[in-house]
Design a protein around this ligand. Structure first.
Ligand SMILES: Nc1ncnc2c1ncn2[C@@H]1O[C@H](COP(=O)(O)OP(=O)(O)OP(=O)(O)O)[C@@H](O)[C@H]1O
Length: 530
């Protein structure tokens, strides 16, 4: 592109500019376009300095691609603010600029220029549409050149091409950025939706609608995505075994084996060989090589149930497997490689065991890379109904029995238990009740393995009365005195409240109790009098 009109062959002068124009057109990014434009001007015109500055998306700052410093568009101590505000080109000598403008950044920018040189600042705006601001062109050079340069058609064509390409690239860049943001948020959304779908699918294996169960399911999904060691803590029967299996099945190791061992159920002397395996002759009775569970779980998951019962000597060996991924079978001279994820479970307070030096603190922290605590059933009574229904369904399918339900009174009784054995206890209760229920009938209060109702007639009424009371219990065979007393107390308070139409003050007075004490008891016994 010939920027200043020269006396060359007129028909070809326009074509001579083509390679220069191509340099600009081929710029793939805004930064390249600005750099190429500045280089072209500097080289073609023999200028002392050319800078192509951009105005950022907020419209507040003028910036340079190769410098961190930005110029505030509202700060008139530099000339960019003047050019943008007036939307007009500005020409001045370097001497004038040094005298009149005291912006440190701008002074640094022109510091290398000679005092006699001239500066020209030109606003750049998109040529079409809303004519949005693009940037500012700063040129510095011989004053004689500047006298004609800005009236030359070549210069105007150059600026027009630069602005057109700049606007197009800016639009494309904006679109690309928008679609990247969209893609990112979509993939986040998909991630969230995928996790939610997995957690929902888990809902058929880890039953429960309480918020504790919902949180548990989402933790299981998260743990399954990683290779971290998982430590499951919770009372007996809360579902630790089920959770361990679910983590394995949802993980990338699902196709490899899931090997489980109960550290409390195996004699100490055998545990090491069960886990690590042994070679022939390692001890008397070791008549041949035997693979341990660590080898069998290769690529998969090793579930160490009741980890709190693992002997200290073995804890040290397990820690080594976790840290180095290597182990040595009993009697073997060489080490083997272990590729597995460990899930450990315990109902014991491991921290207490650490204090008593019965459990290694370093192993505790290594096993608990992803700790999960399972809540006791008594703290998530919302799950009782769904679990009970599922266990009834399991029983009927297993025993090939027709459909069976449960009466509201029996369900209420289930709600009132404390379940020290948690879900396992509930399952046993339901299995027993199902067996006691005649074909075609629903499980009633009489079929539950609890003490018989004190007032049979009142229970019989309540079987059909969802708002009624279960009645006081006759403790025929008491094997838990505290529980029996709680049930009797609960039954008496219920009846009394019923007699006084739910009036706690009257019920309390009739029982010789302060109203506050009765309210407290109602809360403890979960008696809703409303
Ligand atoms: N959320 C649940 N949904 C369905 N069944 C459950 C759930 N939680 C526990 N169970 C059932 O309850 C019983 C006990 O569960 P599990 O063996 O997993 O408990 P645990 O915490 O490992 O017990 P322990 O500490 O005694 O080994 C099993 O029959 C199991 O299938």
């Amino acid at each position: 592109m010939t920027l200043v009109a020269r006396s060359i062959d007129p028909p070809t002068s326009a074509l001579a500019a083509m390679p220069l124009a191509l340099t600009l057109v081929e710029s793939a990014s805004l930064q390249t376009l600005r750099r190429q434009a500045a280089n072209l001007l500097r080289r073609q015109l023999g200028l002392a300095m050319v800078e192509c500055l951009y105005i950022d998306g907020s419209g507040r700052w003028v910036g340079r691609d190769d410098a961190a410093e930005r110029f505030d568009c509202a700060d008139f101590s530099h000339p960019y603010a003047h050019v943008i505000r007036s939307d007009k080109a500005l020409g001045l000598t370097v001497t004038e600029a040094r005298l009149r403008l005291d912006h440190d950044g701008f002074q640094a920018q022109i510091a290398s220029l000679g005092a006699r040189q001239r500066l020209q600042l030109r606003p750049l705006r998109a040529p079409d549409g809303r004519r949005e601001w693009l940037g500012v062109l700063l040129l510095a050079g011989d004053p004689a050149l500047f006298e004609t340069l800005f009236d030359a058609p070549g210069m105007a064509a150059f600026e027009a091409l630069l602005c057109r390409l700049w606007a197009r690239l800016a639009r494309e860049h904006g679109e690309r950025q928008r679609s990247r943001v969209l893609e990112e948020s979509l993939s986040k959304l998909n991630d969230g939706a995928r996790r939610q779908a997995l957690a929902d699918r888990l809902g058929t294996r880890l039953l429960g609608r309480s918020s504790a169960m919902q949180t548990l399911r989402s933790h299981v999904v998260r743990a399954a995505e990683t290779n971290l060691a998982v430590l499951l803590q919770g009372e007996t029967g809360t579902g630790k075994d089920r959770v361990a299996q679910a983590i394995h099945e949802l993980s990338a190791r699902a196709q490899a084996p899931f090997m489980a061992i109960n550290c409390a159920a195996i004699p100490e002397t055998l545990l090491e060989s069960e886990l690590f395996g042994h070679v022939k002759g390692a001890f008397s009775g070791a008549e041949q090589n035997r693979e341990g569970l660590i080898a069998k779980a290769h690529g998969g998951t090793l579930f160490l149930d009741e980890i709190g019962d693992m002997p200290l000597a073995l804890q040290a060996k397990l820690l080594r497997v976790l840290e180095s991924g290597r182990y040595r079978p009993l009697g073997a001279s060489d080490e083997r490689c272990a590729d597995l994820r460990v899930v450990a479970a315990t109902h014991q307070p491991l921290r207490e065991q650490i204090k008593e030096q019965r459990f290694r603190a370093d192993l505790y922290y290594r096993l608990g890379q992803f700790p999960i605590t399972l809540a006791p059933l008594a703290e998530r009574r919302d799950d009782i109904e769904i679990l009970a229904q599922a266990f009834i369904g399991d029983f009927c399918a297993r025993e090939e029995r027709g459909d069976m339900g449960i009466t509201p009174a029996a369900l209420r009784l289930l709600y009132r238990r404390d379940y020290p054995g948690n879900v396992r206890e509930l399952k046993n209760v339901i299995d027993y009740a199902c067996a006691m229920t005649p074909p075609g009938a629903d499980i009633g209060v009489d079929h539950l393995p609890f003490e018989q109702p004190l007032e049979k007639s009142s229970v019989a009424t309540s079987e059909n009365d969802t708002a009624g009371e279960a009645g006081a219990m006759v403790p025929n065979e008491i094997d838990d005195l505290r529980q029996a007393l709680r049930e009797i107390e609960s039954s008496i308070i219920r009846q009394r409240l019923q007699r006084f139409g739910g009036n706690r003050a009257q019920a309390a007075q009739s029982l010789g109790l302060p109203k506050r004490t009765l309210a407290h008891k109602c809360q403890l016994l979960e008696l809703d009098t409303k």
